[in-house]
Design a protein around this ligand. Structure first.
Ligand SMILES: [Zn+2]
Length: 418
């Protein structure tokens, strides 16, 4: 553990350097730069490094290529492989910052910047833990992998999904996966809820706004849909509870958000000073964001909505609609007895002298691809940082928390590989 404490300054500089490469997604800036930086660092520590472009993946282009880094260090004897996977992309900055979002400023034991906690701090922590472990146990058994992958914030298709499809997460190559997302240093995240996004469109007929009876309002038809959701769907979802330990607790039931609604004339550009034109809306669209539980079946989740729409169609004159699937992810939850879970749990308890908590994420992250495509179920998210700070202005990560997490990760490596 002294080897971790001795690397404190190194950990700080590494985290700052990573924050100072603005890997904004969208559109996917500086992916090659961050991978080159990490490749040089890890090659110097004895890792074999591979730069992998997700050629042809969603959002990959010559202007914004989707670069990934995979580094592998092989021990002295045969054994398991422990893989730390971090995404290197960060979300847009947004408003309200009081520090430079890409400055990596260190103040009062905190490092500030976009991606500090989500999740360049976690990435740096896993690198320091691996380097310290290798220095202490040069004769260890097995292998350690560190990956820095693209596009987690936009679905992970040019990142973990691409690597998983090419066998990088197959169980004969990798046995344990830790994703250092910011879940707090004493919590183990076992998985996430499922997702279904869909677009519903109602149809109408355009006419002059002074004679709406000559047209048919798609917005009023959508109003009927929203009313039925309030009357029937939301109360139904509120009765569906899960045994998954989702945090925050409000997410321990099925949830539905209407992400957007668009109908009628498009909004005018800012600066336009005229009045809008009077028309009956001939199209209205909403985007549904349904999050579902491990106890639910996705076919049933979809049929709740289509049954409701069919009921409206049977009762409401001239009601027609279309529904389109946009995106879906199955829920996933690693078994509490899985080797990586038990090992990290014991390490948390030893390092922090506190009970490890098990949690499940309300939203998804790259575990979905490792689980579904890689067929590797011995996977968790564990890393330093406060989840609520992710995607916020003045995002930061505590240096002490990173040190504690690095100790947990190094102890985990020791248990699994030494
Ligand atoms: Zn993240």
């Amino acid at each position: 553990m002294d080897l971790i404490i001795a690397r404190r300054d190194d950990l700080i500089v590494l985290t700052q350097d990573l924050i100072r490469i603005p890997t904004l997604n969208p559109p996917g800036r500086n992916y090659r730069e961050v991978c080159d930086y990490l490749a040089a660092r890890l090659a110097a520590s004895g890792f074999t490094v591979e730069l992998i472009r997700a050629q042809g993946a969603l959002a990959d282009s010559d202007r914004y290529p989707r670069w990934n880094l995979l580094a592998r260090h092989t021990g002295a004897r045969a054994g398991d492989c422990v893989h730390f996977n971090s995404h290197h992309d960060v979300v847009e900055v947004g408003h309200g910052w009081t520090v430079d979002p890409f400055g990596g400023e260190l103040r009062d034991g905190r490092i500030y910047g976009r991606g500090a906690c989500d999740m360049k701090g976690g990435l740096a922590t896993s690198i320091i833990a691996a380097e310290a472990f290798i220095a202490a146990h040069p004769d260890y058994a097995g292998a350690i992998e560190i990956s820095a992958t693209a596009d987690e914030e936009s679905g992970g298709y040019g990142g973990v999904a691409y690597l998983a499809e090419r066998g990088y997460f197959s169980p004969d190559r990798v046995q344990h996966v830790i994703i250092p997302e910011p879940l707090n240093k004493d919590r183990i995240c076992l998985g996430h809820r499922g997702v279904w996004w869909a677009e519903i469109e109602t149809h109408g007929r355009i006419a002059h706004g002074s004679m709406p009876f000559l047209g048919d309002s798609a917005i009023r038809h959508m109003g009927a849909v929203l009313e039925e959701m309030e009357r029937y769907l939301y109360p139904l979802l509120a009765t569906k509870h899960t045994t998954m330990p989702v945090v925050p607790e409000g997410a321990r039931q099925s949830t539905l958000n209407i992400n957007s609604i668009h109908g009628g004339e498009a909004e005018q550009e800012t600066g336009y000073t005229g009045l809008p034109a009077p028309c009956v809306a001939d199209r209205c669209r909403i985007i549904l964001d349904r999050r579902f539980l491990i106890e639910e079946d996705i076919a049933e989740v979809k049929s709740e909505v289509t049954t409701m729409l069919e009921r409206i169609r049977a009762e409401r004159p001239n009601f027609t609609y279309e529904i389109k699937d946009l995106f879906e992810v199955q829920p996933t939850m690693t078994d509490r007895d899985a080797p990586v879970v038990k090992t990290v749990q014991a390490a948390i308890e030893k390092v922090l002298s506190t009970q490890a908590q098990f949690v499940v994420s309300p939203g998804t992250y790259d575990q979905k691809h490792i689980d579904r495509i890689g067929k590797l179920h011995n996977c968790i998210a564990y890393g330093p940082g406060i989840l609520e700070l992710a995607h916020q202005p003045d995002e930061w990560i505590g240096v002490d928390d990173m040190i504690d997490s690095a100790k947990v990760m190094a102890l985990t490596l020791q248990e699994l590989l030494a």
